[in-house]
Design a protein around this ligand. Structure first.
Ligand SMILES: CC(C)(COP(=O)(O)OP(=O)(O)OC[C@H]1O[C@@H](n2cnc3c(N)ncnc32)[C@H](O)[C@@H]1OP(=O)(O)O)[C@@H](O)C(=O)NCCC(=O)NCCS
Length: 332
């Protein structure tokens, strides 16, 4: 089978830093509680005038530059987000307009924090089965600050805003030692939707919004259940993808987990036996950026030299739905 490679990567976060000290002035919390329970020290938050599509646009420009291709060479745009600029049209269409590459197809996918892993699987299948397409822009982006309840201390301390983008391209090699996306494994359990959800402007949302109050529309989470399920599902999908590729964790150079909580990541590392130096963590200064978390982390890991050319990386995600996914990527 032909390969799909990550030809370029880029990420963007807003300038505004929201520290734990800032949160102490907003809700009944402490820097110590947030660090001990989550590992998060600060996160980036959009201004009211910064939209998800703006984050996508900036990340996409960097990914295109890194891939050394023109926007005219992009054949499809997929945006993974649960915080679109508007209910419709898709944020991908708005990003297309901002990039100036008209006529190519564009769509969003809604898979919460697993969105990026799902999107690279969708894009990979397009490239392998539609030989007309050569380059696909995949963006994971979320502006969670627009949907969290800033009066709910159990959720508002966890999230940040950002975007990460990759250019995926078809490559003619069929050798697993060459750079490329070697495998993707995705799954979901729709019986667990109540664990983490946001009614937003969905059809289940109360219609008399003024009566029930706007807060009904914000993110709701059963923190302890999400915590347990995240560890269980991420461990299982890592084991499955390693097994079906006849690999062990020793073969992996860098693990990029969804950046939700330091304690979740530590528990996974312990259960799977991932040495500390192989686990890349940047949630201290990013918080949980949802669909952007994995591409931002890969980009940062490359920039600081934690991912080198030829490295085998394992990414693993977990999110609302509940959803999960993992991918094995040989870095370019
Ligand atoms: C949210 C989370 C950090 C809470 O940690 P926890 O150890 O489970 O804490 P609990 O929810 O049991 O709450 C313990 C106490 O801390 C309090 N608390 C919650 N948030 C707090 C905050 N920001 N500051 C201070 N106290 C807080 C609770 O009210 C509770 O108080 P009580 O014992 O008086 O009732 C943890 O459950 C978690 O990380 N879950 C996963 C969340 C996640 O990653 N979601 C995204 C998945 S993609």
């Amino acid at each position: 089978m032909k390969h799909v490679i990550i030809k370029g990567i880029g990420s963007h976060v807003p300038d505004c830093v929201l520290s734990n000290a800032d949160l102490e002035g907003m809700v009944d919390t402490t820097n110590e509680w947030i660090i001990t329970r989550t590992g998060i020290e600060s996160r980036r938050i959009c201004l009211d005038t910064e939209m998800t599509s703006d984050l996508c646009h900036e990340a996409a420009l960097k990914a295109l530059e890194n891939a050394n291709i023109s926007v005219c060479d992009v054949d499809l745009i997929i945006v993974a987000t649960v915080t679109p600029d508007m209910q419709f049209p898709s944020t991908a269409c708005i990003v297309q307009r901002k990039l100036g590459c008209v006529d190519i197809p564009c769509f969003d996918i809604s898979v919460a924090c697993s969105g990026f892993v799902y999107a690279i699987d969708v894009a990979r299948n397009f490239l392998l089965n539609n030989l007309v397409m050569k380059n696909i822009l995949v963006i994971g982006a979320d502006k969670f600050s627009s949907i969290v309840d800033w009066e709910d201390r159990s959720t508002c301390v966890l999230f940040g805003d950002g975007a990460g983008a990759v250019v995926l391209s078809r490559d003619n090699t069929n050798d697993d030692s060459e750079p490329g996306i070697l495998d993707v494994l995705i799954g979901a359990d729709g019986r667990r939707t109540q664990m983490l959800y946001c009614l937003g402007w969905g059809t289940m949302a109360p219609t008399e919004s003024e009566k029930v109050g706007k807060r009904e529309r914000f993110v709701k989470m059963e923190g302890r259940e999400v915590f347990k399920e995240a560890i269980k599902r991420m461990c299982a999908v890592m084991e499955d993808i390693l097994l079906r590729n006849k690999l062990t964790i020793e073969d992996i150079d860098c693990v990029i987990p969804h950046q939700a909580n330091m304690r979740i990541i530590s528990a996974i590392a312990e259960r799977i036996g991932v040495p500390e130096e192989k686990m890349f963590i940047n949630l201290q200064h990013m918080g949980n950026t949802s669909a952007a978390s994995i591409p931002i982390a890969i980009d940062e890991a490359v920039q600081v030299g934690r991912i080198q050319s030829g490295d085998l990386i394992l990414v693993v995600s977990f999110g609302a739905g509940i959803t999960w996914g993992a991918s094995l990527i040989r870095w370019k």
